[in-house]
Design a protein around this ligand. Structure first.
Ligand SMILES: *Cc1c(COP(=O)(O)O)cnc(C)c1O
Length: 318
């Protein structure tokens, strides 16, 4: 099948692979990886699920134009640009920060797929949902559907609650996933059986506000919070997109055990958070954990240099 001709393409066999890692083996904790990085070559990871129903709703509507927000390396913007092109929906992205002299690889792709880019100052970006600002954009581009940052709008739970149906959840006690806006986690919580525990690892510092955001997303979708989920607020490594030597080392160890690459902004941090819990004895022997690889490998293009520098620092200090 040619994926470029099939908007509904989803890899029918999203792999679940066992992670044979010495720290987990020693602690008697079984770890599997759900490889959402393999759902689609370009609409990567959790973004495929986040966009699914939002784009379907737009295709059924009068207006075939969508506007969203993100940074220069945003996985959301990248996925949206391709998905929009595939479905014949016009895409516009408001990008945080002034237009640089050369665009990031992410934005080059997005532009090549027909996305219009609007660069705004960081201050304007903070006020991106103000009506006068949006009105200006409507005058410039015409009417559009608005998709919140990260794609966590009204359809996010409908899409992300389908993630756990890709595997047999009865094989697990805990499911772990990195959080940005918390939309994906809200979907996992909505779709989980009662006994399953969900652990979210916020990629940003001070992610405690996500408790409220996740509850609000559940409420908006009419889902009663079943409980059994929590956030690890210590897994951010200093802040969004920050890399520490320990994180670089942990990702390297993961790669050596599995041959599978992670990226440091999201899944790398989620894995490190689990690894810490395991080495600190915070996960009981016999516990079965599923880590969700939420994809976003395109963003790694902007991080490789930082990663190898941090890995060197880690090796020098040990
Ligand atoms: C966007 C993204 C997340 C965060 O998803 P939220 O639904 O915003 O919490 C996690 N991992 C990757 C790779 C992402 O691109």
């Amino acid at each position: 099948m040619n994926i470029n001709e099939s908007p509904s393409f989803l890899n029918p066999e999203v792999p679940v692979v066992p992670v044979e890692h010495p720290d987990f083996k020693k602690a008697g904790v079984a770890l599997d990886l759900l490889r959402l990085d393999r759902v689609h070559p370009l609409i990567s990871g959790n973004k495929w699920f986040k966009l699914k129903y939002a784009l379907e709703a737009i295709q059924r509507s009068e207006c075939q134009r969508i506007l969203s927000f993100g940074g220069a390396w945003s996985n959301h913007i990248h996925a949206l640009a391709f998905a929009g092109k595939e479905r014949g929906i016009e895409t516009i992205a408001v990008i945080r920060g002034e237009r640089p002299s050369s665009l990031s690889d992410t934005l080059v792709d997005a532009q090549n797929w027909g996305m219009s880019l609007e660069f705004v100052s960081r201050e304007q970006y903070r006020n991106k949902n103000d009506e006068p600002f949006l009105q200006q954009l409507r005058i410039k581009y015409g009417d559009f559907h608005l998709l919140p940052e990260g794609g966590s709008g009204e359809w996010v739970i409908a899409g992300c609650r389908e993630i756990l149906s890709l595997c047999d959840v009865s094989d697990y006690d805990v499911v772990c996933c990195a959080c940005g806006t918390g939309g994906t986690l809200a979907g996992l919580v909505a779709g989980k059986p009662e006994w399953l525990r969900i652990l979210g690892v916020p990629a940003l510092k001070g992610g405690g506000f996500l408790y409220q955001d996740i509850r609000r997303l559940l409420q908006q979708s009419g889902v009663e919070d079943p409980g059994g989920w929590e956030l690890d607020l210590d897994g951010h490594e200093g802040g969004y997109a920050k890399v520490t030597p320990e994180l670089a080392e942990s990702m390297r160890g993961f790669f050596e055990s599995t041959g599978i690459e992670l990226e440091p902004v999201y899944t790398g941090k989620a894995f490190l958070a689990l690894q810490r819990k395991v080495t600190q004895g915070k996960l009981t022997r016999g516990c079965r954990v599923l880590l969700i690889h939420t994809g976003g490998m395109q963003g790694l293009r902007g991080m490789r240099e930082t990663l190898s520098k941090k890995l060197m620092q880690s090796r020098e200090s040990s």
